[in-house]
Design a binder for this molecule. Structure first.
Ligand code: SF4
Length: 86
């Protein structure tokens, strides 16, 4: 079920690996690494800009991925990463 994205979470910009190029991270990023565009406030510095990758725009917060807290989101997105890496 879709839920509103929690502002200042940023779990989906940290826990999962990203295989597609990001501006300044041409090989994407490994699981658990912060995207360089995630600010200290856990907001995307590319938000609203044309350089923000389309796959970031299409990510939808759901109960399944994001749970009920940021810590749950970090854990669940990491667990999912393990499952999809196998
Ligand atoms: S570009 Fe922005 S939305 Fe995409 S992973 Fe990086 S911080 Fe997150």
């Amino acid at each position: 079920m879709m839920i509103p994205c929690r502002k200042g979470c940023g779990a989906c910009c940290i826990s999962p690996s990203i295989a597609s190029p990001l501006p300044g991270m041409l090989n994407g990023k490994p699981a658990g690494m912060r995207c360089i565009h995630l600010t200290e406030q856990n907001l995307c510095s590319l938000y609203g800009k044309p350089e923000r990758p389309s796959f970031c725009l299409s990510y939808q917060a759901t109960e399944e991925f994001c749970g009920s807290s940021r810590n749950m989101a970090l854990k669940q997105l990491s667990d999912l990463e393990v499952m999809t890496a196998q």
